[in-house]
Design a protein around this ligand. Structure first.
Ligand SMILES: Nc1nc2c(ncn2[C@@H]2O[C@H](COP(=O)(O)OP(=O)(O)OP(=O)(O)O)[C@@H](O)[C@H]2O)c(=O)[nH]1
Ligand SMILES: [Mg+2]
Length: 534
């Protein structure tokens, strides 16, 4: 596998130039639009893998490189985001495949704090779905430029102009297609390259497991070959030009427009063009703003933040990996850096690059790179690491949980394992863990945005930590923030419970909003603040 550029120890570039050759982005969308399939197709085209594990529908599918967890493989969905680093045209692409399911949106939102651009996938037959709209809103809020990919064009779907209208109306973004499909959805023959007017014809390969050959030809040749399908595509493309749907770099970077590409990830159609667009259009890493609103220059000493923690990726090693995004300077394996939260040193003895389940050692990394630090048991999500002058990047968003359950070890003799497992899941952000003296350490409350997070917690507790748990669902659906002064009053209320979270927040669990309002009526000064993610 040759997916790394710099691997020689002792040879480093200067960070500004290296950053210019990097693109860091996430693939986002509603479940099932084809993110993992596209991720794999991008890896295939960047020649990081030689054969795509072709996907045959959810049931008997071979898994894609980024869907490595057992549960993901069994269900054919992504539960956790996966990081891949690819090299294409001398540019290093740091790509994060995110889970689409709403229950795992905390993971996706954290990833969006670590990237500079997003690929928004739209299923050609479904258009903009609910979860895609939510993720779009986060990108907009964070000022992340978006490249849109209309996927599954090999299947019957909507009219392409109708899809452009949908993007305009629902997102407010101006779609500026770079390619336009020749052949309706379900009859994908190729695309018009809108800047040159050339035709790129696709040829299917067996099962789509290999790079699909592309044939570039002039408009005249295309007309002779594709007849009406070509004429229609040309006319539609000209219609778009007349309505001003042309790429404008400033508008793209400013989140006003979105370049659009048509693809069929499963057949590897349109994937090379997407790699080109990423290299040519996606922004290179720039200076990151810290908690004080100061930008840390790219050539300042090393700094990075942890946006994801994960353990148990490799059952043989049982290690814990902290994924950092490098923000400034040069990372060299072995350097000793400072954890900003504690002021304590952290030795980066082992640094890895993950590729689905595979790993390779990383010697050097630059701004924009995503690196996995091994033995990161003292690191937390949101931690800043730095060399030189101190810096602290903004805290990562946490969500208001809506599902609550008490966890108890099935086997009381395995309490040590139970405790270790719960602490680990908490650190990774798989679930939030809420504690109170009343319930004790043996029976913490797990809190989640979506119930599938509980299933992940349950399965990992038994498979990874050898401490199967029993979950008892609690009748709360709302969590609010309060202060210690109000804790006794609130604890005395019927159907209400006060617990504390590891980050120091004191939370009140309530059956519903109605109960929150009635308590507020009875105690007009009570502190019951909603938990908002930013
Ligand atoms: N026909 C067709 N099917 C596709 C295409 N891309 C993906 N699929 C299929 O769509 C299904 C979902 O693909 P995934 O890549 O797992 O989707 P995802 O967006 O990663 O899903 P989550 O991670 O669960 O949100 C699979 O059965 C794929 O084979 C495509 O271009 N054409
Ligand atoms: Mg996926």
């Amino acid at each position: 596998m040759q997916h790394v550029l710099e691997q020689q120890a002792g040879v480093t570039d200067e960070p500004v130039g290296a950053a210019a050759r990097r693109r860091t982005f996430a693939v986002i969308s509603h479940p099932d639009a084809g993110k993992s399939t596209l991720t794999e197709a991008l890896a295939l085209h960047a020649r990081a893998i030689t054969k795509a594990g072709h996907v045959h529908g959810k049931a008997g599918r071979n898994t894609t490189v980024s869907d490595w967890m057992e549960m993901e493989q069994a269900r054919g969905i992504s539960i956790s985001s996966a990081v891949l680093q690819l090299t294409y045209r001398d540019t290093v692409l740091n790509l994060v495949d995110t889970p689409g399911h709403a229950d795992f949106s905390e993971d996706t939102y954290r990833v969006l704090t670590a990237v500079d651009a997003a690929i928004m996938l739209i299923d050609a037959s479904k258009g903009l779905e609910v979860q895609t709209m939510k993720l779009f809103a986060v990108c907009k809020h964070r000022g992340i430029p978006i490249i849109t990919v209309i996927n599954k064009w090999d299947r019957p779907g909507k009219d392409p102009l109708e899809l452009m209208d949908e993007i305009t109306e629902r997102t407010g973004l101006t779609p500026t297609p770079l390619t336009w499909p020749v052949g309706i959805a379900g009859d994908f023959r190729g695309v018009v390259e809108r800047d040159s007017g050339d035709y790129v014809a696709f040829t299917p390969t067996a099962g789509g497991a290999e790079i699909a050959p592309e044939e570039r030809m002039s408009a005249g040749e295309a007309a002779a070959r594709e007849g009406d399908a070509w004429t229609v595509a040309r006319e539609e493309s000209q219609l778009l030009a007349a309505s001003g749907a042309e790429h404008d770099h400033e508008m793209f970077l400013g989140g006003i427009s979105t370049p659009v590409l048509f693809a069929a990830a499963v057949r590897n159609f349109g994937v090379r063009r997407l790699l080109d667009a990423l290299v040519e259009l996606a922004p290179a890493p720039g200076p990151r703003t810290d908690r004080e609103g100061q930008a840390r220059p790219l050539d300042a000493p090393f700094s990075a933040f942890v946006f994801k923690l994960q353990a148990g990726m490799d059952t043989a090693h049982r290690d814990r990996l902290a994924y950092i995004r490098v923000c400034s300077g040069v990372f060299e394996r072995g350097m000793v850096v400072t954890t900003a939260r504690t002021g304590k040193p952290f030795a980066t003895k082992y640094a890895q690059q993950a590729f689905g389940r595979d790993r390779s050692l990383v010697e050097v990394a630059y701004p924009g790179d995503v690196v996995g630090l091994v033995n990161a048991s003292n690191l937390r999500i949101g931690d800043t690491l730095h060399a030189g002058p101190p810096v602290q990047f903004p805290a990562l968003p946490t969500f208001a949980p809506e599902h609550f359950a008490v966890a108890r070890g099935v086997d009381t003799g395995r309490y040590k394992q139970f405790r270790r497992g719960i602490t680990q899941l908490e650190a990774e952000g798989v679930v939030q863990v809420l504690r109170s003296d009343l319930r004790g350490e043996q029976a913490p409350v797990l809190a989640a945005v979506g119930p599938m997070q509980f299933e992940v917690a349950e399965s990992r507790m038994s498979a990874e930590f050898g401490a199967p748990i029993h979950l008892e669902t609690l009748g709360y659906s709302v969590a609010r923030r309060t202060t210690p002064a109000w804790a006794p009053t609130l604890s005395a209320e019927w159907g209400v419970e006060v617990v504390h979270r590891e980050d120091g927040e004191l939370l009140v669990l309530l059956p519903d909003q109605w109960r929150a309002r009635s308590i507020q009526r009875n105690h007009p000064d009570v502190v019951l603040e909603p938990l908002v993610a930013t």
